[in-house]
Write a protein that binds this ligand. Sequence first.
Ligand code: ASC
Length: 149
Amino acid sequence: MKKILLAITATAMIIPAVFANDFEKTEDAIKYRQAAYGLISFNFGEMGAMLKGEKPFDQDQFNIRAENVAVLSKLPHEAFVDGSDKGDTAALAEIWQDKADFDSKMNTFKDNAAALAIAAKSNDKNAIKAAFVDTGKSCKGCHKVYKED
Ligand code: ASC
């Protein structure tokens, strides 16, 4: 019973934090999105290495990586809170000057990552490569405009 109550209390504490986008400080939001991008970059890099032949292509591994990126791609967006262009971040103020464009680029990234996870389940290497390239383009396309070099 105690455990159940603890679980309910913990859930009640967590859910509003996620849904209310309740980062206590802009610094927390910056750390959150950087952590997500770090994980995305690692998983994406591993897929790239397999497609380039730098590592043996392992269908199961590739699938897991693609699933990871599809889930992770949904995380950073909510952490671009107002004021978080200031601080230890490469995010440019331009993001908040054209938030609609940024949002659209972020959503394209999520869509491409989801499509890559689906393609990864096929045995069609060309389809997998094309979906990987599309996802990479959506990373780069956004970085070019909204991330400091
Ligand atoms: C990565 C990473 C990026 C993107 C980009 C894709 O792994 O760190 O910034 O992929 O290079 O084109």
